[in-house]
Design a protein around this ligand. Structure first.
Ligand code: URA
Length: 196
């Protein structure tokens, strides 16, 4: 099976396991993730918003436009990377995800990561950052790379985690905006796209 086939199967598993039925009921569709399954880096946001819910793709609204702008500023084409969220259905009225919802989707995010095997994960926003870095303080910790030890099939390796501000938070705040654009430069230090 190709990586994409494995990811498609994972998305089907979420549907058949009826994960977070309350969220599923009111959402238009599952927003699983998009991009290059061979990417060295995965971007992980919080949850789909209205536009994402309608189109079935992550980060296609205003925050996504700013994300694209920041990617362009470091010469990265969105199609080259993989983008997903912690929560795969839009929460009603864009409320914060509940701990139970984050917990329900966590194994699926881990499996997405296992399939893609990125060298780095860029978390966008507090919810995503906290999922990987316990006790994260986004205002102090943004833009600081860490290494997370991972053991897969008995093999030990490490993965870079870079916590960043959420593009929606930075979008309309001049100083956070500048900080985010600056933090994005750090991504260049660990980007090394595999062929494909
Ligand atoms: N905000 C997110 O966290 N994810 C999206 O997909 C869109 C907006």
């Amino acid at each position: 099976m190709t990586k994409q086939e494995k990811l498609d199967e994972l998305a089907d598993n979420i549907l058949s396991a009826n994960i977070t039925p309350e969220l599923a009921k009111q959402a238009t569709q599952l927003v699983f993730g998009t991009g290059n399954p061979n990417s060295d880096v995965i971007f992980v946001g919080e949850a789909p918003g209205k536009n994402e819910d309608l189109r079935g793709l992550p980060f296609v609204g205003a925050a996504g436009k700013f994300l694209d702008e920041m990617l362009t500023s470091i010469n990265i084409d969105r199609g080259k990377i993989y983008i997903t969220n912690i929560i795969k259905y839009r929460p009603p009225n864009n409320r914060d995800p509940k701990p139970s919802e984050k917990k329900a989707f966590w194994p699926y995010l881990l499996k997405q990561i296992q399939v893609i095997q990125p060298k780095a994960i860029v978390t966008l926003g507090r919810h995503s950052g906290e999922a990987f870095i316990p006790n994260l303080h986004i205002s102090a910790d943004h833009g600081k790379k860490r290494r997370l030890k991972v053991i897969q099939d008995g093999q030990e390796s490490s993965i870079v985690i870079l916590p960043l501000y959420h593009p929606a938070a930075a979008l309309y705040n001049g100083s956070l905006r500048d900080t985010s654009i600056k933090d994005f430069q750090i991504i260049k230090t660990f980007m090394n796209f595999r062929k494909n």
